[in-house]
Write a protein that binds this ligand. Structure first.
Ligand code: NAI
Length: 322
């Protein structure tokens, strides 16, 4: 099959090429995001391979279908950027990579927590400048802290295991309880109870109509003063403006985010010579207790291997049945 891959970064083709010898497929790798301006690059490709910030809204899907695309092979787990109803109506099949490395994202959430807590990023710079003062570096023991987990699926349950290892008390909220989490002592509570009792809240649910701006002004008001909020799921689960207000009022003590609701204009690109016009994002960068990474939670060798293998298997399964 001929596949047009969009939003392709330089590190991706080697992973795909290392497995291609086992599959009868060929790829055209495009750096560009898929959107209305670039959709014609997919002409004559029956399969498009997309990532988190590609635009798969109704207009783009219509154009893809007109151009002969039959399959959208997402090389990510989340599919909130796809208008699934429209895809179905147009007869476009959509596949994803449901699990590539839940460990990668869970471990990244822990990296955000410990960097914010023990301020290793600030210590690194200080020591290199000969500043051995500890002022401003005070942290807290994770042992005995209460951690609230929103979403205990593949990633959330891995995260629960790691935090159990630190000796944290674990609370969780999910629309479906996970027996594996029960088994390690996670206590399922209501969302409000989780907000009120947690020292750290880590978000691992998908972005849906129900979770859009779940962390809003009312939710933040219920949280403990000094709360550490960690988001490695999808940016729009958090109302960024409400979080900025919470940071300014010093109600939120720490914010770690690997995702941002307007990230498609920023992340995965080198914009170091460009003026950032997103004032909300720029304001976030001014807080010393905010740590942002650019959607790198999944970014481990094991995950990229798994993304390549599952995507190739998904495409092969489609080819065999069509
Ligand atoms: P999963 O499907 O295994 O788990 C999601 C959990 O959220 C499920 O237990 C589900 O019942 C729960 N959930 C659904 N709606 C909910 C609601 N309204 N309230 C509370 N819980 C709800 O998914 P997985 O693999 O654990 O991934 C979670 C999310 O992490 C993905 O949807 C994606 O947005 C994000 N992600 C981020 C990555 C990164 O690089 N930062 C990489 C991969 C995924």
């Amino acid at each position: 099959m001929k596949i047009a891959m969009f939003s392709c970064q330089a590190y991706e083709p080697p992973f795909f090429k290392s497995y291609l010898k086992d599959y009868p497929h060929s790829f055209q790798f495009y750096e560009a995001h898929l959107n209305l301006h670039t959709v014609n690059l997919a002409k004559e490709y029956s399969i498009v391979c997309c990532f988190v910030n590609d635009d798969l809204s109704a207009n783009v899907l219509t154009k893809l279908a007109e151009n002969g695309t039959q399959l959208i092979a997402l090389r990510c787990a989340g599919f909130n950027n796809v208008d699934l109803e429209k895809a179905k109506a147009l007869g476009l099949k959509v596949v994803n990579v449901p699990a590539y490395s839940p460990y990668a994202v869970a471990e990244h959430a822990v990296a955000l927590i410990q960097t914010l807590n023990r301020k290793t990023h600030r210590a690194y710079n200080r020591i290199r400048e000969g500043n051995f003062s500890l002022n401003g570096l005070l942290g807290f023991d994770l042992y005995g802290s209460t951690v609230g987990i929103i979403g205990t699926g593949l990633i959330g349950s891995r995260f629960a295991h790691i935090m159990a290892g630190f000796g944290c008390k674990l609370l969780a909220y999910d629309i479906l309880e996970n027996q594996e989490c029960h088994d390690i002592g996670v206590n399922y509570v209501t969302l409000n109870e989780l907000y009120q009792a947690s020292d750290i809240i880590s978000i691992h649910c998908p972005l849906t109509q129900a979770t859009l701006h779940m962390i809003n002004e009312q939710a933040i008001a219920q949280m403990k003063p000094g709360i550490m909020l960690i988001n490695t799921s999808r940016g729009a689960v958090i109302d960024t403006c409400a979080v900025i207000t919470g940071l300014k009022q010093q109600h939120i003590g720490y914010l770690g985010m690997d995702v941002y609701e307007e990230e498609s204009n920023l992340f995965f690109e080198d914009l170091s010579d460009v003026i950032i016009t997103d004032d909300v994002f720029a304001r976030l960068l001014t807080f010393p207790n905010v740590l942002i990474t650019g959607h790198q939670g999944y970014f481990t060798r094991q995950a990229l291997d798994q993304i390549a293998i599952t995507t190739l298997e998904n495409i092969t399964a489609f080819a065999e049945h069509n």
